[in-house]
Design a protein around this ligand. Structure first.
Ligand SMILES: C[S@@+](CC[C@H](N)C(=O)[O-])C[C@H]1O[C@@H](n2cnc3c(N)ncnc32)[C@H](O)[C@@H]1O
Length: 252
């Protein structure tokens, strides 16, 4: 495993207890994604694989919306798996630490593969989507969300204006994500832009840390304190930051 991936695990594991204090976008996304994922037609008693469960925001909504079925609930972070296990007490669920990029399950063994706001952390998004698609039985559905290209534009632009690097990852836009889905099958990709208001950019960065999403691009060198202060001041107070959430649904 790469040291970058280990850093991602540490950041999310450290955030397992604080995650839901700052998860307004994640709650909205889980609600919308659960509705898309469970929309008919879906196999009766579906076999569901969830990748990157975090604290179980999506898990709980899927369980509430399903009468039966079986749910394999997974995350790269052991602490996140334990957090979800602790809050989701449901006999339909089993839990496993698993890297969603390398799904360790038999091919064609699920009717629904779901993941909310985890896949932007994949090293190889395109290849991983193909591997996840292979987990689906014919007629199955993959329904995922991830952070898209328009996210955090205000912070990136402010730093670029000061000739500073934000260290943020490059995220796909909707057409780029659509092009990464397998060509056999039917897919739709949409974008939901949510503008969040923070007291200032320091509060925005603290919110990212509280949800464990503070690991910068591999190889990024943190800004000197003075540069960070200038960037925070340039963002103003309060400040608005866009979250661009991409929803992809693919039917096999
Ligand atoms: C922003 S949280 C989203 C959690 C939850 N799905 C939600 O909607 O609130 C991202 C989650 O993805 C997990 N994650 C990151 N990379 C992963 C990978 N390669 N495989 C599985 N999970 C991963 C993190 O540990 C974290 O729990």
């Amino acid at each position: 495993m790469s040291s970058h991936k280990r850093t991602i695990i540490e950041a999310f594991s450290a955030a397992a207890r604080t995650y839901e204090d700052e998860a307004a976008v994640q709650v909205r996304t889980a609600e919308r994604l659960a509705a898309l994922a469970l929309a008919p037609p879906l196999a009766a008693s579906p076999r569901v694989l969830e990748v990157g469960c975090g604290t179980g925001l999506l898990t709980r909504r899927l369980l509430a919306g399903s009468e039966d079925g079986s749910f394999l609930v997974t995350d790269l972070s052991p602490a996140m798996v334990e957090q979800t296990r602790a809050v989701v007490r449901d006999r339909r669920c089993s839990f496993r630490v698993m890297d969603g990029e390398l799904p360790d399950v038999p091919p064609e063994s699920f009717d629904l593969v779901v993941s909310s706001l985890a896949a932007q952390w994949f090293d190889e998004l395109h290849e991983s989507l193909a591997r996840l698609a292979r987990c689906l039985a014919p007629g199955g559905r993959m329904a995922i969300t991830l952070v898209g290209e328009g996210s955090f534009a205000e912070w990136r632009t402010t730093l670029a204006g000061l000739d500073l690097d934000s260290g943020m990852h490059d995220y796909p836009d909707a057409p780029a994500l659509a092009a990464m889905l397998p060509t056999h099958g039917h897919s739709t990709v949409t974008s939901d832009r949510v503008i969040m208001e923070y007291n200032d950019a320091r509060a925005f960065l603290a919110a990212l840390k509280a949800i464990g999403a503070n690991t910068p691009r591999a190889g990024y060198k943190a800004l000197p304190a003075g540069s960070l202060r200038r960037a925070i001041a340039a963002m103003g107070s309060p400040c608005a930051v866009t979250w661009d959430v991409l929803y992809a649904v693919w039917e096999k």
